[in-house]
Design a protein around this ligand. Structure first.
Ligand code: 7JQ
Ligand code: MG
Length: 214
């Protein structure tokens, strides 16, 4: 059976990246996806915004919704302090082993736990099954119509604390209007908009930071 695009991305990383070197894994994926096959990684341009917010948050416990090939998991985990951990939720069973392998090539397997399933099923288990207290940083990069309901779930399950930082990808395109409606003009959030471009393209996109105020 023909290989998938995601398997071809893994092949490229496995062949070209330096084992244990997260930067080289990111560079390899960005090179492959800008020159060979477009893929929905957050990419190098929006990746710099992600880096900035992760450094600002300096999270002990981070959550990512939408692992895909593990590009943003590597991007986030490479910045985490020794005691910190990233949980990443992915529902597509084909992507999970590929992401695991890419994260391992980056040498970050001890910093990242990939949880396979739908966010709406896993978020309610984070405290009980995964011993999470509250989340310091959340990167939303999964189905755009799930940003708002999953954010509400995070609130309802007491997973956000005063100062928890949410960062959402694709606010410009494909867009997440319900999420913006929920966090903007909401006394419980302080929002900041970051205009950028769609990964590997000239088309406009944007990210939104929403700090939970308690
Ligand atoms: O960053 C992203 C981009 C796109 C996307 C799709 C089609 C298109 F034409 C342009 C952009 C889809 C995504 C789905 N999940 C997470 N991130 C995504
Ligand atoms: Mg995205």
């Amino acid at each position: 059976m023909d290989q998938s695009k995601e398997q071809r991305i893994l092949n490229s990383v496995s062949y070209n990246a330096i084992k244990g070197d997260a930067e080289s894994v990111l560079d390899c994926i960005d090179k492959y996806c800008s020159q060979k096959e477009w893929a929905m990684n957050v990419g190098d341009e929006k990746g710099l915004i992600l880096d900035k917010i992760v450094k600002e948050a300096d999270p002990t416990v981070a959550l990512e919704l939408g692992t895909y090939c593990g590009y943003s998991a590597v991007r986030i985990a490479r910045l985490l302090k020794p005691s910190a951990h990233l949980f990443s939720i992915e529902f597509n069973a084909e992507f999970v082993p590929i992401a695991k392998e890419i994260i391992e090539i980056a040498g970050l397997e001890d910093k990242v736990t990939i949880l396979e399933g739908h966010a709406q099923d896993i978020i309610p288990q984070l405290k009980t099954k995964y011993n999470v207290d509250t989340l310091d940083f959340v990167f939303l990069d999964h189905w755009k119509d799930r940003y708002a309901p999953d954010t509400i779930l995070l609130e309802q399950y007491g997973l956000l604390r005063k100062g928890s930082i949410l960062l959402a990808d694709n606010i410009g395109f494909p867009g997440a209007p319900d999420f913006l409606k929920h966090v903007r003009n909401n006394e419980h959030y302080e929002c900041t908009h970051y205009p950028s471009h769609l990964e590997y393209m000239k088309a406009p996109d944007a990210m939104e930071k929403a700090v939970y105020l308690g």
